[in-house]
Design a protein around this ligand. Structure first.
Ligand SMILES: Cc1ncc(COP(=O)(O)O)c(C=O)c1O
Length: 415
C-alpha cells in the first residue's frame, strides 16, 4: 500500500469563512480579480508585532526576545517585528543582511547565528558584522571563527551550541540527547572548551541550546528555560567560562484546532522565578510563535473532480508553495473563500463538490502533492480560493518553489 500523508482530516469540517479576517478576505478577493490565478501569501505585520509584544511583556527584564528570521524572512514581516524584538537569530548571509537593516549599527549588533554547516563565507560575514554571538556547532567551527577573527584583527564572540544528554522534563518537548548534526554533545563540552580557550580570536560568552520544538506547555518550557540557565551557570563555573550569554533557542508552540494554546502568562510567572546571575543575558529566539498566525496561504481551485467516488479540489499551487502539512504530516485545516465570478466554464458547467469530503491537492505531478485529506466542505467550486490560516511560519520559505517551474507564490503585506 502506498504511503499517504498528510493524515486524513475526517471527520473534521473546513473552517467557516469568517475565520479569515475581513482585510484578508478583501485582499484575496482583489487578487482573485487579477489576470493570473491566485497562489499567494497574505501577511499582517500587526499580528506578528502583537505576538512579539505579548511575549516581551510576559518575560522578566533579564530575558531578550530575538526573532528567528528563518521562520519568515519576508522583509515586510522582519520590518514589522523589528521595533518589538531585542534582536535577530540568523542562519545565512541573506538573513544576516536582512537583520542588519534593522539593528542598531553599534559595536555589537543584536544578532546571533546558528546552523550546522556554516561555511567559511558565512562565518566571515558574521565575524565582519561583529555579531553578538556566533553559536558554534563544533570544534572545527571554533577554529575557523578564530582564524577569521585573527585575520580581521578582531575578537569574535562565540557561544557553544550544546546538544544536552538529557533534560529531565517530559511532555511535548522534543529534547536533546539524541545523536544529531547540531551542536556539541554534552559529554564532549569540557574538552571542546579546553581546546577553544587556546584559540586566539575567540571570546567565549556562553552557551546556546535549541532543544525544543512547537511546545504548547508553558510549565515545561519554563522548566526548560530554568534548566538551560542552571546548566550554563554550572558548566561555565566548571570550565572557566566567564558566562554572559545563555540562548535557549526557539520552540514555543502554536495551537492548531483542538489544541490548548501556550499559556504565556503562566510562562512569564514561572520564568520570573528563575534567577540568572547579574550580567547574564538570557536570549529566547522564537520563530513560529511570532509569525505563524500573521500569514494566510491561498490558492485558487483550478478543478474539482470525483475519482472512484472521492472528491478532489486541485489547486494552482500546492507543496511547491506550502509544504508544511505534508512534511510535518499534520492536518492543517482550511477555509473555502467563495469567488463568484466564473469565466472559465463557457463550455463546461462549473465543477462543484457539495456537503462532502474533499481532498485538497496541488498542481505537481506527484501524489505527494496533497495538502489536506478528507475534509468536509459545504461547497467548493472551481474558481474558489482555498485558504490556509496559520501559514506565516515556515510557509513560503520552506517550500520547493522550482519543482515543475510554475510561478512562485506571491507575497502581500496588508497595509
Ligand atoms: C537555532 C534555532 N533557533 C530558533 C529556531 C526557531 O524555532 P521555532 O520556530 O520553533 O521557535 C530554530 C528553528 O529551527 C533554530 O534552528
Amino acid at each position: 500500500m502506498s504511503v499517504q500523508f498528510p493524515p486524513s482530516a475526517a471527520p473534521l469540517a473546513a473552517h467557516p469563512v469568517d475565520v479569515l479576517p475581513a482585510p484578508v478576505r478583501t485582499r484575496l478577493l482583489e487578487l482573485a480579480r487579477g489576470a493570473e490565478p491566485v497562489s499567494a501569501y497574505v501577511y499582517d505585520g500587526a499580528v506578528a508585532a502583537a505576538r512579539a509584544r505579548e511575549l516581551r511583556a510576559a518575560l522578566p527584564e533579564w530575558a531578550a526576545v530575538y526573532y528567528a528570521v528563518k521562520a519568515n524572512s519576508y522583509p515586510g514581516i522582519v520590518g514589522a517585528l523589528a521595533p518589538h524584538v531585542d534582536g535577530f537569530e540568523v542562519a545565512s548571509v541573506h538573513e544576516l543582511e536582512l537583520a542588519l537593516e534593522h539593528v542598531e549599527s553599534g559595536e555589537i549588533p543584536a544578532v546571533v547565528a546558528a546552523g550546522p554547516a556554516k561555511s567559511v563565507p558565512v562565518l566571515t560575514a558574521l565575524v565582519r558584522a561583529r555579531v553578538e554571538a556566533v553559536n558554534a556547532e563544533s570544534l572545527l567551527e571554533l577554529h575557523r571563527v578564530s582564524r577569521i577573527a585573527v585575520a580581521e584583527g578582531v575578537t569574535a564572540r562565540v557561544a557553544l551550541r550544546v546538544n544536552p544528554a538529557d533534560i529531565p522534563i517530559s511532555g511535548s518537548l522534543h529534547m536533546g540527547g539524541a545523536p544529531s548534526q547540531f551542536g556539541v554533545a554534552e559529554p564532549d563540552v569540557p574538552d571542546v572548551l579546553r581546546a577553544a580557550r587556546e584559540l586566539p580570536g575567540l571570546d567565549i560568552v556562553g552557551f546556546h541550546i535549541h532543544a525544543a520544538s512547537n511546545n504548547l506547555d508553558a510549565d515545561t518550557h519554563a522548566a526548560y528555560l530554568r534548566w538551560c540557565v542552571e546548566w550554563s551557570v554550572a558548566t561555565a563555573a566548571a570550565t572557566g567560562v566567564e558566562l554572559r550569554h545563555v540562548d535557549i533557542g526557539g520552540g514555543i508552540g502554536v495551537a492548531f484546532e483542538g489544541e490548548t494554546p501556550f499559556d504565556m502568562a503562566r510562562f512569564g510567572e514561572l520564568a520570573a522565578l528563575v534567577e540568572p546571575p547579574v550580567g547574564v543575558k538570557v536570549v529566547l529566539e522564537p520563530g513560529r510563535f511570532l509569525v505563524a498566525d500573521c500569514g494566510w496561504y491561498a490558492a485558487e481551485v483550478t478543478d474539482v473532480k470525483a475519482s472512484y467516488g472521492e472528491w478532489f479540489a486541485v489547486l494552482r499551487g500546492g507543496i511547491n508553495h506550502f509544504q508544511l502539512p505534508t512534511s510535518w504530516d499534520i492536518v492543517h485545516n482550511v477555509a473555502v473563500l467563495p469567488v463568484d465570478a466564473w469565466e472559465a466554464g463557457e463550455e463546461c458547467p462549473r465543477p462543484v463538490a457539495e456537503r462532502t469530503r474533499v481532498t485538497v491537492v496541488g498542481e505537481l505531478c506527484t501524489p505527494e502533492d496533497t495538502l489536506l485529506r478528507d475534509v468536509f466542505v459545504e461547497r467548493v467550486r472551481a474558481g474558489d480560493l482555498v485558504v490556509f490560516p496559520n501559514a506565516g511560519s515556515y510557509g513560503w520559505e520552506f517550500a520547493m518553489h522550482s519543482f515543475l517551474g510554475h510561478p512562485v507564490a506571491g507575497r502581500h503585506l496588508l497595509a
